[in-house]
Design a binder for this molecule. Structure first.
Ligand code: SME
Length: 137
């Protein structure tokens, strides 16, 4: 419907802005909880297409954040055993949950081709972005 389309346009614009303006943000996308299933579903994103449209809770970095409700900053993806590779160029990843009324409803997921690029500044900034996103869902 129209409202969903507008919401997705806004989310895609956010992905584009982040990917264009922050050099070490190379893939930027949203995953959302898929109805009442125990899985995440890919939302708007910018970057290489991924096969991982559905991610079960607990699987990969994204699936772990779906159950932990906490930020997950991965300095070196090669050092993670519960990791789902989307592209061989990716060196690092950050996932920040999105809360609506205290409930973890999804997340922003960012991959970087630069090793260990994410700082606490990225976490604070992306928490702010997620809080803004929560208001438009
Ligand atoms: N690397 C993620 C999967 C999603 S892709 O990065 C787009 C993970 O381990 O959950």
């Amino acid at each position: 419907n129209q409202k969903e389309a507008t919401k997705d346009d806004k989310l895609l614009s956010i992905c584009k802005l982040l990917e264009e303006h922050i050099t070490y943000y190379n893939w930027v996308g949203f995953y959302f909880k898929n109805g009442d299933k125990n899985e995440l579903k890919l939302g708007p994103y910018v970057g290489d297409p991924t096969d991982h449209v559905i991610i079960p809770f607990g699987k990969g970095i994204c699936g772990q954040v779906a159950v932990s409700n906490e930020n997950f900053v991965v300095a070196d993806v090669a050092a993670q055993d519960n990791y789902i590779a989307c592209s061989i160029t990716v060196k690092a990843e950050i996932v920040i949950p999105i809360f609506v009324n205290g409930e973890n409803i999804g997340q922003i997921d960012i991959d970087s081709n630069t090793p260990d690029p994410f700082t606490e500044e990225d976490e604070r900034f992306l928490e702010f972005v997620c809080a803004q996103v929560a208001t438009l869902l």
